[in-house]
Design a protein around this ligand. Structure first.
Ligand SMILES: Nc1ncnc2c1ncn2[C@@H]1O[C@H](COP(=O)(O)OP(=O)(O)OP(=O)(O)O)[C@@H](O)[C@H]1O
Ligand SMILES: [Mg+2]
Length: 303
């Protein structure tokens, strides 16, 4: 997806971005932005708007609908283009490279900069948005909530959490964020799910991960989506990523979420390495993690 956008970026002109950001503004009020509103939103003449709409539509950056009235909206590629444009203007990135991971709710790419970085585009809200299509959600102040908003909020939350945790907790260093995108350090290593640990490494690696969970709690956060897909392992240790759903420790469910994170982490090791990891009292273990008195999972083995 974004590879299209990345290769199209060089062809896009300043006025194309006026149209894209005009649509972005219009989409704060309605899902489809009426054609006649666009000169005002984008600060372009009617003739220029027509020309720019064609260019952007051909490139898949916007979509048109003609039922009831002629309206336009940004596609995710169009929103990606806006974020990439901002990062390029700020000189945060020089170019977009290969995909690092593609999930249901995000796309992650390698980006070129002064050092290899990772770019994560949040996609939250887009899938449901497509399914419900015409249905709208309103916040308390009755603002129209589109996927742009949902994805942007998720990116903001993730970035704020990374800023709060780095470098005390082993998370990717946050570099920059804009709209639904964050730029962070690119972490080397393999996902825990794809790593094969030697017998003697199993408990030490599990302890390292739980120590990061404890450090995050001490800094005021519960990850709330701990899994073998959100941990990287390399020769230097472990890195925990994917933080948009993290909750502050004073959140009413934070202790349940912490216990679930601990259970998921320990459970994965027990299923994969049953001979190395004994059954543990996860509730006592979670308490020790929260109290920052955790040292090793071995101390919690059920006899
Ligand atoms: N900083 C990074 N460096 C290297 N690879 C990364 C980095 N961030 C993410 N990745 C890769 O991209 C994949 C997806 O990233 P992440 O887990 O953050 O999003 P996700 O699982 O799609 O998000 P969500 O849980 O919102 O669906 C990761 O599993 C990892 O392989
Ligand atoms: Mg993930």
């Amino acid at each position: 997806m974004v590879e299209n956008v990345a290769s199209e970026m060089a062809e896009l002109e300043a006025e194309d971005f006026y149209i894209l950001s005009g649509l972005e503004q219009g989409m704060r009020f309605s899902e489809w932005v009426a054609r006649e509103k666009l000169p005002e939103f984008s600060n372009l003449t009617d003739e220029e708007v027509a020309y720019r709409l064609d260019r952007c539509e051909t490139r898949g950056l916007i979509e048109r609908k003609t039922i009831q009235y002629v309206g336009f909206r940004l596609t995710f590629e169009g929103y990606d283009a806006l974020a990439l444009h901002t990062f390029a203007e700020r000189e945060t990135i020089e170019g977009v490279g290969a995909p690092l991971g593609v999930g249901k709710e995000s796309d992650v790419y390698e980006v070129r900069s002064y050092k290899p970085l990772a770019l994560k585009f949040h996609r939250e809200g887009y899938t449901e948005f497509r399914e419900v299509n015409r249905e709208r959600e309103y916040t308390a102040d009755r603002e129209h909530v589109s996927w742009l908003y949902t994805a942007r909020k998720a990116a903001e939350r993730e970035y704020e959490t990374l800023e709060a945790l780095y470098p005390t907790v082993s998370v990717p260093q946050p570099i920059d964020h804009n709209r639904h995108a964050i730029i962070m350090e690119r972490v080397d290593g393999v996902e825990l799910a794809r790593s094969k640990l030697e017998d003697g490494q199993v408990v030490p690696v599990l302890d390292l991960i739980l120590a990061e969970v404890a450090a995050a709690y001490d800094e005021g956060y519960v990850h709330a989506d701990m899994s073998e897909y959100n941990v990287f392992v390399n020769s230097e240790g472990v890195t925990v990523f994917d933080w948009p759903q993290a909750v502050p420790v004073d959140h009413e469910n934070s202790d349940d979420l912490l216990e679930r994170d601990v259970e998921n982490t320990v459970g994965y090791f027990q299923r994969k390495y049953p001979h190395s990891v004994a059954a543990v009292d996860t509730s006592a273990l979670a308490n020790a993690v929260a109290a920052d008195s955790f040292e090793s999972v071995r101390e919690f083995a059920e006899s």
